[in-house]
Design a protein around this ligand. Structure first.
Ligand SMILES: Cc1cc2nc3c(=O)[nH]c(=O)nc-3n(C[C@H](O)[C@H](O)[C@H](O)COP(=O)(O)OP(=O)(O)OC[C@H]3O[C@@H](n4cnc5c(N)ncnc54)[C@H](O)[C@@H]3O)c2cc1C
Length: 444
């Protein structure tokens, strides 16, 4: 069995005046990847702080049957350091189940299993502290990271606080047991037997909610209405050349484009990250067929793509959803629902704790402007960095919120901390950049 050794300086015991080389804020997959890769760098003292008491990964949405949408090789560490002790394979080996995993021949890894892997990685790294929320970050040559329990000092900080659920403004004051974000789906969708449920949102989260509702054997809702702004319920494009968008070389190419071109790309290619897994679509279609034609429930499933919800009125348990058809903007349809599930996505979480130094940091509209090592550009000393993970989609592209480049991005951060440059992978087969003599020579 694999044994992981933890480093000594950490937790709440650092001596007076001790400064960490790096303090991480938030422990989701992004900073957990960084912490895991740093574990084999004892010269970089580090501490990671998470406000939740234990590790979690969208636990309220861990719907049975949900699977990972990327390769298992896109774990916390492997794509940068395949020999690292925090790989998914190390986890399987440490649990004594590596042969069983192979024999199970999963087409895609159960999301719960990947979550358990990350929880295992978090338990085996003593540089992580849970139940400690960062409230403010100040700077006087060192960062002073103030939490609900203490202040720690750091030469560099790494922020990985992820995204928070987003719901349209007109619904925000109506949330409760009959209107909720899909992030609370497991808890709140228990008692929907015999009810009219509307799921708003045509991405993977909405699809998983719909599939789950249609799969309840003895406790089916009376109706499941699925509404999406997209023209249809579109699949995730997981084909080989498309996946080259999720390589380091494309991320670097993308970052050099002008802002308008980046924005156009993200909007045109959104289905490469936000589309629905083909297997989920097939299951929904098959359930719909069986309910309609085999089980004699012709009106259980109501599919309404190409429509935008514009208002919700009514009262808990009797909601009236006003929906505008994209091809007929003058016509407003109405859908009655007892329960509304908002699968309307996420937005980057607010970094209020940076308020004391915010004016010193450069911005590109909503985002902090970052350099090639994911450090915010600011007026502080060059050896003091504020690294930001998963908060630069408009600068780094669709892969930024995704697991695909986790390990590579963490390695870029470590490179800056260690004064190294370790990128050593071949570029894409595709030549992304324009080949004009005298401009941007290709790096191989
Ligand atoms: C249901 C779901 C499934 C997904 N599945 C996939 C997939 O299969 N493949 C893929 O590539 N991507 C997937 N994603 C996208 C992406 O991998 C996840 O969103 C991932 O969780 C992002 O990691 P993160 O570390 O940036 O943020 P998070 O996971 O959100 O973690 C941030 C952490 O920071 C903590 N925090 C926030 N503020 C503070 C503070 N002030 N002090 C201390 N701690 C704080 C939060 O409590 C949280 O634990 C999925 C997303 C969702 C919602």
């Amino acid at each position: 069995m694999n044994t992981l050794v933890s480093h000594p300086v950490n937790q709440t015991t650092e001596p007076n005046g001790f400064r960490y080389r790096c303090v991480g804020i938030g422990i989701g997959p992004a900073n957990l990847s960084l912490a895991s890769l740093l574990h084999s760098h004892p010269e970089v003292s580090n501490l990671f702080l998470e406000r939740n008491d234990t590790f979690s990964w969208h636990d309220g949405q861990l719907i049975p049957g949900a699977t990972l949408q990327v390769s298992l090789l896109k774990d916390l560490v492997s794509l940068s350091d395949p020999t690292n002790a925090f790989s998914f394979l190390s986890y399987l080996h440490a649990q004594g189940r590596i042969y069983h995993f192979i024999n199970a021949q999963f087409d895609a890894i159960p999301r719960q299993e990947f979550r358990n892997y990350m929880e295992w990685a978090s338990r085996n790294n003593k540089n992580l502290v849970f139940g400690e929320e960062v409230r403010a970050v100040e700077f006087d040559g060192l960062f002073h990271v103030r939490t609900n329990r203490r202040t720690v000092r750091a030469e560099n900080i790494a922020i990985g606080i992820g995204h928070q659920p987003w719901i349209p403004r007109y619904a925000q004051d109506k949330l409760g047991s009959t209107q909720f974000h899909v992030t609370d789906f497991l808890d709140r969708s228990r008692a929907v037997e015999g009810k009219r449920v509307a799921v708003v949102g045509g991405g993977q989260s909405g699809a998983e909610a719909v599939l789950d509702l249609l799969s309840r054997r003895d406790a089916l809702p009376r109706r499941v209405c699925w509404i999406s702004r997209r023209e249809n319920f579109f699949p995730l494009d997981d084909s080989p050349f498309t996946n080259d968008y999720y390589m380091p070389s494309h991320s670097d190419y993308f970052a050099r484009l002008d802002r308008a071109t980046r924005a156009k790309f993200n909007s045109r290619q959104v289905l490469t990250s936000d589309g629905i897994s083909l297997s989920t679509l097939q299951e929904i279609y098959q359930r719909t067929y069986v309910h309609r034609f085999v089980n004699g429930s012709p009106d259980l499933v109501m599919l309404r793509p190409n429509r935008e919800v514009v208002q919700v009125t009514g009262a808990p348990g009797a909601w009236d959803i006003a929906v505008r058809h994209n091809d007929h903007p003058g016509a407003v349809e109405h859908v009655d629902a007892d329960v509304i599930v908002w699968a309307t996505g996420y937005r980057p979480a607010s970094m209020d704790f940076l308020a004391p130094i915010d004016a010193r940091l450069e911005r590109e509209s909503q985002e902090y402007r970052i350099d090639q090592n994911f450090a915010v550009r600011w007026d502080g000393p060059p050896d003091r960095n504020i690294f930001i993970q998963n908060a630069a989609r408009q600068q780094r592209g669709l892969a930024d919120p995704n697991l695909s480049l986790l390990a590579w991005r963490s390695q870029r951060i470590i490179d800056r901390l260690c004064g190294a440059r370790t990128d050593n992978q071949q570029p894409s087969f595709i030549e992304w950049a324009v080949e004009v003599p005298g401009r941007e020579p290709r790096r191989v």
